[in-house]
Design a binder for this molecule. Sequence first.
Ligand SMILES: Cc1cc2nc3c(=O)[nH]c(=O)nc-3n(C[C@H](O)[C@H](O)[C@H](O)COP(=O)(O)O)c2cc1C
Length: 199
Amino acid sequence: MILEAIVSSLSPEGNVNFAPMGVHILESDHKPEPVNSFVLRLFSNSQTYENLRSTGQGVINFTQDVAVFVETALYSKCLPYVPSQRVCPPSLADVQTLWEFKVIRFDDSIEPAFVEGQVEHRVERAGYGGFCRAQSAVLEATIAATRWQWLPKLNITDPWPMWSDIVRKTGGKRERQAFNRVSLFLMERGIQVAGVPES
Ligand SMILES: Cc1cc2nc3c(=O)[nH]c(=O)nc-3n(C[C@H](O)[C@H](O)[C@H](O)COP(=O)(O)O)c2cc1C
């Protein structure tokens, strides 16, 4: 499963950086068990890549505020932050959930680099666990399915491969099963849309 989060990191000169990144976690590591390690896949043109490679520490910040994703991804905005407890990079102010981490493996022989992080300290308020793109894809597919009688079929079958791809790449078991239920519903009504593997 991939959760979308904001990674904070520090350059060797001490500049704070925020950027959205996908956080890959093992299904068995997810709730109810706390996540102890995760993987980032970082393209080498990002500041986050440079910072994690040189300073080896960061914070995964989970926020529901989509504006934070836009501002940090596209405008390199530095947002209000607060000190961390176990690592040098600060965390975003006012986030519900954060994981302070140390890099335990940085494999730059592949692109995007494979970066494994070990959680050193966590704050989890209000049980918020982060965005997963598969969840929005399942919602979009479900809304379209509720309109199958009057929506042109193409409005469902055209975006279907995109939704299916997102669910296959970023969804956990629950998202994949839910997506397949939408597929079944539509197939039973004569609309041919393929499901995704569930494991
Ligand atoms: C939701 C979302 C997820 C992203 N995931 C990744 C990712 O997993 N790996 C990556 O290299 N870039 C990812 N990006 C793109 C980076 O956030 C983007 O290139 C950013 O400008 C990098 O900022 P930086 O140079 O300050 O690190 C993602 C962007 C968004 C909006």
